[in-house]
Ligand binder design. Structure first.
Ligand SMILES: Cc1ncc(COP(=O)(O)O)c(C=O)c1O
Length: 353
């Protein structure tokens, strides 16, 4: 019963097979190969406009490069205080940008609101030489709490960003899961809602170290090229990352994988909601959920063979805050999660009475 992470799984066979096919012969290195060119075209089709695509190997690099493009060292990136860029990237965004300040904003369900963003910006004055110059508003979709911003919520944040002359960044480590949850198009969830730069996550969906920075405006294309190389993320054998991304995007495999992960998570959530020994900390909108339980229940589930993470830090804010004798745990479903392991876990929970 594997629920630790959508990173815990391997790679879908078709994606591995695509890499094996790309292994034939020699091609020009550093992205000047047919696979990389094809991926760039494919992303433009998916987003219904010309986009700039820069393949990198980690989500941290995608976020940090994307943010650095629009943030000078004296800039400020407004983000949720529990966002990945804030707490899980070892100050890489600050490093890549040469010193940008991340400004953490509180918010229920892992989400920022226009009010919380405006509050955070209150003391930062554009043009004041003493002040950080706010540069980017960064949101995570799906959020670190497992919830999903609606299009209206994204657009309300974009309006605030536009009114303060900030660029909008989306950390889309689980972009496909969010799309499947909202049932909208990639264009709707990004540039049509004011997003300027996207970290397109593929690793959690199934890829082997392949992510992409997507720009909806080509003005920064050259700068991204230099920054990627300088940041150590220009892959000489780009064809292998590109071949798997092509296989991932072709025939909507990425969307099928995400839909499956979300369906497994919904099944798990439904089973858990039947128990009075476990409860959800946040809404379950996509493939990740946080569950509160007593330490005794946690120990029992571990001994029954359930794998999940205990979530460190302060625990959930707002909805369903935990007691001292309780733990908060994170369960994530992925493309490889089976209905059998979900049902087995729900049956184990059922034994708790
Ligand atoms: C919200 C979010 N953003 C970005 C990442 C990318 O991280 P990595 O650098 O490990 O690929 C992750 C991975 O856990 C994540 O959960």
């Amino acid at each position: 019963m594997e629920f630790k992470s959508d990173n815990a799984s391997g790679v879908p066979h078709v994606m591995f097979e695509a890499m094996v096919r790309a292994n034939e012969g020699a091609v020009t290195a550093y992205g000047d190969d047919p696979w990389t060119k094809q991926v760039e075209k494919k992303f433009s089709e998916i987003f219904e406009r010309d986009v700039v695509v820069s393949i990198v190997s980690t989500g941290t690099a995608a976020n940090s490069l994307g943010l650095a493009l629009y943030s000078p060292p004296w800039g400020g990136v407004v983000c949720h205080h529990e966002s990945h860029i804030m707490v899980d990237e070892c100050a890489a965004p600050e490093f890549y940008s040469g010193g940008v300040k991340l400004i953490g904003v509180e918010g229920e369900q892992g989400k920022m609101t226009p009010e919380s963003v405006n509050d955070a910006l209150y003391y930062m004055a554009k043009g004041d030489q003493h002040s950080i110059q706010p540069s980017v508003l960064s949101l995570t979709q799906i959020t670190e709490a497992g919830t999903v911003y609606s299009l209206e919520e994204i657009r309300a944040l974009s309006d605030v960003a536009a009114s303060r002359d900030l660029k909008m960044h989306m950390d889309g480590a689980r972009f496909g899961n969010a799309l499947m949850a909202l049932g909208c198009s990639p264009a709707d969830m990004t540039w049509k809602s004011g997003i300027d730069v996207l970290s397109f996550g593929a690793t959690k969906g199934g890829a082997l170290a392949a992510e992409a920075v997507i720009l909806f405006d080509a003005k920064k294309a050259d700068e991204l090229m230099y920054r990627r190389k300088r940041g150590g993320h220009l892959l000489s054998k780009s064809r292998f990352a590109a071949a798997q991304l092509m296989a991932y995007l072709d025939d909507d495999l990425w969307l099928k994988c995400a839909a499956h992960a979300n369906a497994m998570a919904a099944r798990l959530a439904q089973g858990i909601s039947q128990s009075n020994k476990l409860r959800h900390a946040f809404d379950v909108d996509a493939n990740m959920q946080f569950i509160i339980m007593t330490i005794a229940v946690h120990e029992w589930l571990q001994s029954a063979g359930a794998h999940y993470y205990l979530w460190p830090g302060r625990g959930p804010r707002g909805t369903g805050a935990k007691r001292d004798d309780e733990v908060i745990s994170r369960f994530v479903c992925g493309f490889a999660t089976t209905q059998e392991e979900v049902d087995e876990f729900v049956a184990v929970v059922g034994l708790l009475g």
